[in-house]
Ligand binder design. Structure first.
Ligand code: BGC
Length: 724
C-alpha cells in the first residue's frame, strides 16, 4: 500500500475509530476498523517465546492446549553465547512462532543494561555491556521482523530495577545515558530497523518514559529517525495530554476498563470540551495512527501476502539446542575435573532442586507455556542411559513447585498484582510462614543428600536461583543464594570435594561462602526447552563449553558500583552516581577484585592468541578506521571456540574514562591444532565518548591502546594506535 493510500485511509477514519486504534481494547490487542479493512493489532509477550493466550479482559489463562510453544533461552543465556548468528536464529524463531500464533508484534527483546545484579529482570536482558548488547540485538530484531512480525524493543529507557518500577525517577548524567543506556536501543533502531519500541515504566528526570518528550520525540524520532510504533509498557501511561503530545503511539495497560485508558474516552472528552485544541489533537492522533498503519502495511496486514509462520517446528530445535550449549559458561575446572567420563559412572547422584525444576512458567511476562522442557535431571538421564543409576536428592526444600508434572495451578496470573507497588501484609505473613517451614525441612533434606553423597561415583549439584527471584515486579533482597544453599554446598564440598557445582541463574549470585572450595563450577541460565540436555552434553564432554559471561560476577553486592558510587534501588528517586562506570568499566578502572569477570569462561581445550596489530587504514578529516589483526590457535587436543575480545583504552584521556571498553569481538571455532587469522575493524565510534559540553560524541586525537583479551581481566596483547 502506498503512502498516499495510507493518508487516504486516515482521512476516512472517524475520531472514535482513530482513538480505538491507539489504545488497548483487550489486554494484548487494539481494535481494528472492519469497515476499512484495518485489522486489530495483536501483541504478545515475550522474550523467551510466545506467551500463552489470556482472556480478552482478565489475566486468566485461556486454558487450552494450542498455545504451547518453543521455550527459548533467556536473553542473558543468548548473550553468554557471544554469537551473532545464534542471536539471529533466536530472532527468526521468535518471529516465526509469533506469526504462527497469529501475532503482529512480539514484545521482545528486552535490552536494559544490568546495573545491579539484584535487578529482578536481569535474566530478560543481555548483561552489562552496551556494545555486546548492541551487537546481539541487531540480528535478533532482524530475525524477528523477517517474519512479517514487529519486534518491540524494551524498555525504553533506564528500566534497570523493579523496585518501585512504576514511579521511580532516574537521575542519570547525559553521558551515562548516551554511552551506557541508549546505544543498544539506537542500534536496534538504526541498524536493526526495529518497527516497535516499548516505553519504560519509570521516570527519567521527573517525567514518565512512556510520554517523555526528550526520549521519544527528540532522541528516538528526531535523532534516530524512528518511524515505527511506540507502545507504552502495560500501565505505563499517566497523563492524557502528555501521552497525546508525545511520540507515544499506543497505550496498553493491565486493567479491563479499556474505554477509560488515557488515550481512550478521556482523550475524546478533552477534545470535545475544548480543553485541548481540536486541530492540534487530531494532528497528533493522526501521527500515531500513521505510525501504526505504516507498520501494519510493512507487515502486510493491509494488503499483499503475509507470511503465516508456524510453531513447534521440529527443525528449529537444533538452533535452540545450539544456543543452550553455547550459553553454558565453565567457570572453574581445577585438575581438569570436567568433563566427567560417562563410562566410569555407574551411580550418579544429582543434588539440588533446580535439577528437577521446570523454569519456563515463571518470571512474570517472560513466562512460557513450553511444549516441553528438558530439566538437568532429564538431561543427565538421557545422556547416561540405562546402565547408570541416577539418584536425585533435592538437598534443600522449596515448596514452590516448579515441575509442571508435579502439578501446578497457574490459572491466575500475578502480573496485574505485580503492578501493586506495596506487598500486602497478608503476603508478608505467608512468606514468613513459608520461611519457617523451609528452615525446618531443610535440615532433613540436607542430611539425606549428604549421606547419599558418600558412595556415589560422581555428584552433580544443580542449584542457583528460580523465577521466584529472577522475576518481574521485584528485585532480589540480596545476592545470596536462597534455600540455605550456601550451607548445603559448603558441607557437600567437605564430603565430596569433587562435586560438580552448577549454578542455574538469571543474574549473578554471591558464591563467596564456598567458591574457593569448589573444583569445578558451571554456570547455566534459563536456557530454554533444550537447556537440561545441553548442560548434560557439556558436563559429560559431548560439547566443549564456549560461553562467556555477559556480566561481571562481583564477589558481593557491596562491591557493585551502583551501591558503592550510586544507589540501588534508591527511594522515590535513584541517582546513578556511578555514572559511566557500570559493570567491568568500574571493577577494572577502580581495581576491584571480582569473583568472575565480564567476558570470562573456560574451555576443555586451550587457546593462544598472538600477533596483534592495529593500524589506522584510513584517516581522512572526519573518518578514522582501525584494522585489528591477530591469530587464534587451538593448542589443545579437541575442537572448541574462543571468544576474542577487543577492548580500547585511551592512554591520556581528557575526560574521565573507563580503563577499557569492549569495542569488538569474534567467536572463533577451531579444530584441535588449528590456527585462524582474524581481522576486525574498529570505526571511529570505538574511540569516542559523549561530550556533555557540546552535546555529541567526540573523538579526541591522541594515543590509544587496542587490547586483545580473553576477558575483561585477562589481556593477552596490546597494540598502540595514534589518532591524529
Ligand atoms: C512488562 C512488559 C510486558 C508487558 C505485557 C509489563 O508488565 O513490563 O515487559 O511486555 O507487561 O505483558
Amino acid at each position: 500500500m502506498t503512502d498516499e493510500k495510507i493518508e487516504a485511509l486516515i482521512s476516512e477514519l472517524t475520531l472514535q475509530e482513530k482513538v480505538d486504534m491507539i489504545h488497548g481494547s483487550e489486554f494484548f490487542s487494539t481494535k481494528g476498523v472492519e469497515r476499512l479493512g484495518i485489522p486489530p493489532f495483536k501483541t504478545s509477550d515475550g522474550p523467551m517465546g510466545v506467551r500463552k493466550d489470556f482472556k480478552k479482559d482478565a489475566w486468566t489463562d485461556i486454558g487450552l492446549s494450542y498455545d504451547a510453544v518453543s521455550y527459548m533461552p533467556c536473553n542473558t543465556a543468548l548473550a553468554a553465547t557471544w554469537n551473532r548468528e545464534l542471536a539471529y536464529l533466536a530472532g527468526r524463531l521468535l518471529g516465526k512462532e509469533a506469526r504462527g500464533r497469529g501475532k503482529d508484534m512480539i514484545l521482545a527483546p528486552g535490552i536494559n543494561i544490568m546495573r545491579n545484579p539484584r535487578c529482578g529482570r536481569s535474566f530478560e536482558y543481555m548483561g552489562e555491556d552496551p556494545y555486546l548488547t548492541s551487537e546481539l540485538v541487531v540480528p535478533l530484531v532482524k530475525g524477528i521482523e523477517e517474519n512479517d512480525v514487529s519486534s518491540c524493543v524494551k524498555h525504553f529507557a533506564l528500566n534497570n530495577q523493579e523496585t518501585k518500577r512504576l514511579e521511580v525517577n532516574v537521575e542519570v548524567s547525559e553521558r551515562a545515558l548516551r554511552e551506557i543506556y541508549l546505544p543498544a536501543f539506537e542500534a536496534a533502531v538504526k541498524k536493526g530497523k526495529a518497527k516497535g519500541i516499548m516505553g519504560a515504566y519509570n521516570k527519567l528526570r521527573g517525567t514518565h518514559c512512556c510520554h517523555h518528550e526528550y526520549l521519544l520525540d527528540k532522541i528516538l524520532r528526531e535523532e534516530w529517525g524512528f518511524d515505527g510504533i511506540v507502545v507504552s509498557d502495560w500501565g505505563g501511561v499517566h497523563d492524557t495530554k502528555e501521552a497525546l503530545m508525545s511520540s507515544l503511539d499506543m497505550e496498553m495497560s493491565v486493567t479491563s476498563d479499556f474505554d477509560d485508558y488515557y488515550l481512550a474516552d478521556p482523550l475524546i472528552k478533552m477534545i470535545e470540551s475544548g480543553e485541548i485544541d481540536r486541530e492540534t489533537a487530531v494532528a497528533k492522533i493522526d501521527d500515531k495512527v500513521r505510525h501504526i498503519l505504516k507498520v501494519m502495511n510493512e507487515l502486510r496486514m493491509l494488503d499483499g501476502e503475509r507470511k503465516s509462520g508456524t510453531y513447534n517446528d521440529f527443525n528449529d530445535k537444533e538452533a535452540l539446542r545450539r544456543t543452550a550449549r553455547e550459553s553454558v559458561v565453565l567457570l572453574k575446572n581445577d585438575d581438569g575435573m570436567l568433563p566427567l567420563d560417562k563410562k566410569k559412572i555407574k551411580k550418579l547422584l544429582v543434588i539440588g532442586e533446580n535439577a528437577n525444576r521446570m523454569q519456563a512458567l515463571g518470571g512474570g511476562s517472560a513466562e512460557i507455556k513450553a511444549l516441553y522442557e528438558i530439566t538437568p535431571l532429564m538431561g543427565f538421564n538421557m545422556i547416561l542411559g540405562g546402565n547408570t543409576q541416577v539418584i536425585y536428592k533435592p538437598g534443600y526444600y522449596n515448596e514452590d513447585i516448579g515441575n509442571i508434572w508435579a502439578g501446578t495451578d497457574d490459572s491466575e496470573n500475578g502480573q496485574a498484582d505485580s503492578l501493586n507497588a506495596s506487598p500486602e501484609p497478608e503476603k508478608k505473613v505467608k512468606d514468613e510462614e513459608k520461611a519457617k517451614r523451609q528452615k525446618e525441612k531443610n535440615a532433613e533434606y540436607m542430611a539425606d543428600a549428604l549421606s547419599a553423597a558418600k558412595d556415589a561415583d560422581a555428584v552433580i549439584y544443580v542449584g542457583g536461583l528460580t523465577h521466584d527471584f529472577d522475576t518481574e515486579g521485584q528485585d532480589r533482597a540480596d545476592m545470596k543464594l536462597p534455600y540455605g544453599q550456601d550451607e548445603l554446598i559448603s558441607k557437600l564440598l567437605e564430603v565430596r570435594p569433587d562435586t560438580v557445582v552448577v549454578m542455574q541463574v538469571g543474574s549473578p549470585v554471591d558464591m563467596s561462602a564456598w567458591v574457593d572450595k569448589a573444583k569445578s563450577l558451571v554456570c547455566c541460565w534459563y536456557a530454554g526447552m533444550e537447556g537440561g540436555a545441553a548442560l548434560a552434553e557439556v558436563i559429560f564432554g559431548d560439547v566443549n563449553p564456549s560461553g562467556r559471561l555477559p556480566e561481571t560476577f562481583p564477589v558481593s553486592e557491596n562491591d557493585c558500583p551502583s551501591v558503592v558510587l550510586g544507589e540501588f534501588p534508591g527511594g522515590d528517586s535513584v541517582k546513578y552516581g556511578e555514572d559511566i562506570f557500570v559493570g567491568y568499566r568500574y571493577y577494572d578502572t577502580y581495581d576491584v577484585h571480582t569473583a568472575f569477570p565480564f567476558g570470562y569462561g573456560l574451555s576443555y581445550t586451550d587457546f593462544v592468541m598472538t600477533g596483534l596489530s592495529a593500524n589506522v587504514v584510513k584517516n581522512t578529516k572526519d573518518r578514522k578506521r582501525v584494522e585489528v589483526k591477530f591469530s587464534v590457535s587451538n593448542i589443545g587436543s579437541r575442537a572448541g571456540a574462543e571468544v576474542a575480545q577487543i577492548y580500547v583504552a585511551d592512554k591520556l584521556p581528557k575526560v574521565k574514562k573507563a580503563a577499557k571498553e569492549l569495542k569488538a569481538f569474534e567467536k572463533v571455532y577451531l579444530e584441535a591444532g588449528e590456527t585462524k587469522h582474524i581481522t576486525l575493524e574498529l570505526d571511529e565510534s570505538a574511540f569516542s565518548y559523549y561530550d556533555e559540553e557540546n552535546g555529541g560524541f567526540k573523538v579526541d586525537a591522541g594515543n590509544y591502546m587496542v587490547l586483545l583479551a580473553k576477558s575483561a581481566e585477562e589481556v593477552v596483547d596490546i597494540a598502540d594506535v595514534i589518532l591524529k
